[in-house]
Write a protein that binds this ligand. Structure first.
Ligand SMILES: [Zn+2]
Length: 546
């Protein structure tokens, strides 16, 4: 027992000493090599004469990223051995010896950039687009310790621009970063056009290639404003440098697709050429707000889906609240953002599922995936209005969020969030949280929630309803469980009629007529009706006051 205690103390001292040592050096050089790119990574091997190196493997849903790494070799005096994992190699060397690992990065997919492969490295003759996790072969060091890193972009054509998470337009770069930051970084070069702007005194750069429906300057100004507005809201202008990259994806003719991922001091955007600034604005504002929500407000629980109503729903709420307060969208666009989401929420088949269902099925069911966004968005909307009302306009949900940011040590949970919301509301909100966020009761957006400039009216939406058991009709070829109040009944469909040929129907579409061929004692019939339920769904919608 005593021996064990001693050993533990000893280890602790060694770790403390290692942590206070000066940052390790890591030198990276990249140069074109035919249709590939040659990379060399230089560092000092471990003191015990054995160092593991890690190749790219899994990231962002991509598997076996090491397939783009080839011709891996090590400098003289070091031996390279495989391990039982294809992405882990073991180097044997003199203690602390300087080692250079050399390899080539070569694109491992054919054809244009699509969403399916967008995180894999592009090594094109015109440009490169790399995410650190997909390209760097690095020693297996602690990923959370700062290192002195240099990157040199050698032998790239003069006409090429270079931009990445650590700087723009520099062929020789030196910076301090953790390996985790180097790995979750974006690196582009080639025919990118760079636009440099500033949010307050801080650099915001845009690297873009390809033809779009907007100018580079329009996109850059939108991005600058979004970033500035959100930083103002949190009173946090600590990010000195920020880069947004934009490349085109090809999802086939007419397809509209846009998405992106937040990386070290950067955001990597992907979109089809028909994307508009307004679409990219909503995406960027949401993703940039994640800089604070939830990470800098507190620690998310395990599993984190439990609080996606907060981390995603409240992020979406602030996305639109801040776009509006920063005049990045008009009042009409603000109302429309609400109306779209309210319609989507009311028509969502899983609208009243409990929070446990989100925990269980978030990654496997598309409807369930949307639920925490919409539920949290509307809950935040009502809560914000309630706090403004209760405080007679002296406070809002903003105060609660800013307090979370100021303390930021609070583990986030249903309980901690209930406590802070209750504090600013002046009443205990436990039962409302249980009812709407845990149990899933419908959240009805309050008429006055968007402030005095907006009114709310109730619109009626048709609800899709076939009125009979379609499975039995398809498989058993018989009409069954027919609702006598349905449009199908009114059109002449009756229980017991036999299916007599093809069916024409569009599931979920209330504007397309259903056409059924049936047979009964009277003979063959063609039944046509619009699949609309008698009871319409009442959906609140906002309008700008005239
Ligand atoms: Zn999000």
């Amino acid at each position: 027992m005593l021996g064990r205690t001693f050993l533990f103390t000893f280890l602790l001292i060694v770790t403390a000493a290692a942590a206070s040592a000066k940052p390790a050096e890591l030198k990276i050089a990249v140069e074109p090599a035919g249709s590939a790119y040659r990379v060399s990574v230089t560092f000092a091997g471990d003191a015990d004469g054995s160092t593991n190196i890690l190749l790219p493997n899994e990231w962002g849903g991509q598997q076996e990223l090491f397939r783009a790494i080839r011709n891996l070799s090590v400098s003289k005096g070091t031996t390279l051995a495989d391990s039982d994992k294809p992405f882990v190699k073991t180097l044997t060397h003199q203690p602390g010896q300087k080692i250079t690992v050399t390899y080539e990065i070569s694109q491992d997919f054919q054809g244009p950039l699509t969403n399916a492969v967008r995180y894999r490295p592009v090594t094109d003759a015109i440009y490169i687009h790399w995410i650190g996790n997909a390209v760097w072969v690095l020693p297996e060091w602690d990923e959370q310790t700062d290192n002195d890193i240099s990157i040199e972009w050698k032998g790239f054509a003069k006409s090429w621009t270079v931009a990445n998470s650590f700087g723009t337009s520099r062929r020789k770069q030196k910076f301090q970063a953790k390996l985790s930051e180097l790995l979750s970084a974006i690196f582009v070069a080639g025919d990118f056009r760079i636009t440099t702007t500033k949010a307050k005194a801080n650099d915001v750069n845009i690297a873009i290639r390809g033809k779009w429906q907007f100018t580079d300057a329009e996109l850059a100004e939108m991005i600058r404003k979004v970033i500035d507005t959100e930083r103002d809201f949190f009173g946090d202008h600590t990010q000195k440098y920020y880069l947004v990259t934009l490349v085109q994806t090809d999802e086939g003719p007419k397809a509209l697709s846009f998405g992106g991922t937040g990386l070290t001091d950067s955001f990597a955007l992907f979109a089809t050429p028909n994307a508009t600034v307004s679409r990219l604005r909503g995406l960027l504002a949401h993703e940039y707000a994640h800089n604070w929500i939830p990470g800098r407000l507190g620690r998310m629980p395990e599993p984190e889906q439990d609080l996606y109503w907060f981390s995603e729903g409240f992020t979406d709420f602030y996305t639109y609240k801040l776009l509006r307060s920063g005049s990045l969208i008009t009042a009409a666009e603000y109302a429309e953002a609400y109306n779209e989401r309210i319609r989507e929420y009311y028509l969502l088949p899983v609208r009243n599922e409990p929070n446990d269902r989100i925990v269980k099925d978030f990654w496997t069911d598309r409807n369930v995936q949307r639920l925490p966004y919409l539920r949290g968005f509307l809950f935040a909307t009502n809560l914000d209005a309630d706090i403004r009302n209760a405080s007679e306009g002296t406070a809002s949900l903003d105060n609660a969020i800013r307090e979370l940011f100021a303390t930021s040590k609070t583990p986030l949970s249903f309980e901690s969030l209930t406590a802070i919301f209750s504090k600013y509301l002046g009443v205990d909100i436990t039962s409302a949280i249980r009812l709407h966020l845990r149990d899933g009761a419908t959240i009805v957006p309050q008429p006055y929630a968007l402030g005095p400039d907006f009114t709310q009216r109730i619109t009626e939406m048709p609800v899709f309803e076939l009125g009979f058991d379609f499975d039995k009709f398809a498989k058993d070829r018989v009409v069954a469980d027919l609702d006598p109040n349905s449009s199908a009944y009114a059109a002449g469909l009756r229980n017991g009629q036999k299916r007599n040929g093809g069916v024409s129907l569009a599931f979920g579409d209330t504007t397309k007529e259903v056409e059924l061929k049936v047979k009964d004692d009277e003979g063959e019939k063609t039944i046509k009706f619009l699949p609309i339920a008698r009871t319409r769904l009442e959906i609140p919608q906002y309008q700008l006051k005239q």
